[in-house]
Design a protein around this ligand. Structure first.
Ligand code: FE2
Length: 176
């Protein structure tokens, strides 16, 4: 991606985030996740069949739903906001599917969301979801630390823990 394209995408997305009322802390988190997601594309995918612009846009906007909710539903809520803004479907899906390593239809139902799968499917969706898993606030964190946090939050045996480990291996275990 050319530096000027990147700069344009970044400022467009920040304008959108500010426009809906996201606070500066969330925006800073989104920028850090987006830079890290691009690094993952370069290091682990060598640009292979990855839409780098989409990864960058999706990552910059992934937490737009936090303007209304910081709960497990913030991906779903973010998808609604993104649709209202008329954003492309691929970006909407990245936002909807970025929470942890995804939410199954059954888990979605348990937390009061529509009973559909919010699992990352495309490479771009997986990269954004996992870049977010490895950023704690504004900083890089290890997979061990991320898993320990999940266990604290969800309990030792929550299926999300196994899924996050598998996503880590899938995204970060690649050599190109
Ligand atoms: Fe999020």
């Amino acid at each position: 991606m050319e530096e000027e394209d990147k700069e344009r995408i970044r400022s467009d997305c920040i304008r959108l985030l500010r426009g809906v009322g996201c606070d500066e802390g969330v925006i800073k988190h989104c920028i850090v996740v987006a830079e890290f997601a691009l690094e993952i594309v370069r290091r682990h995918y060598h640009y292979n069949r990855v839409d780098e612009n989409l990864v960058f846009r999706g990552a910059l906007l992934h937490d737009i739903g936090r303007v209304r909710s910081h709960g497990v539903d913030h991906g779903f809520v973010g998808g609604e906001i993104a649709m209202d803004l008329g954003l492309e479907e691929k970006v909407v899906r990245i936002i909807q599917r970025h929470v942890g390593a995804g939410i199954t239809a059954e888990e979605a139902k348990e937390v009061g969301l529509p009973p559909v799968d919010f699992m990352p499917e495309t490479t771009e969706e997986k990269i954004v979801a996992h870049a977010d898993n490895l950023i704690d606030g504004w900083r890089r964190t290890s997979i061990e630390h991320a898993i320990a946090n999940l266990k604290d939050k969800l309990g030792e045996s929550h299926p999300s823990i196994r899924r996050t480990t598998a996503l880590h291996e899938e995204v970060m275990g690649r050599s190109g």
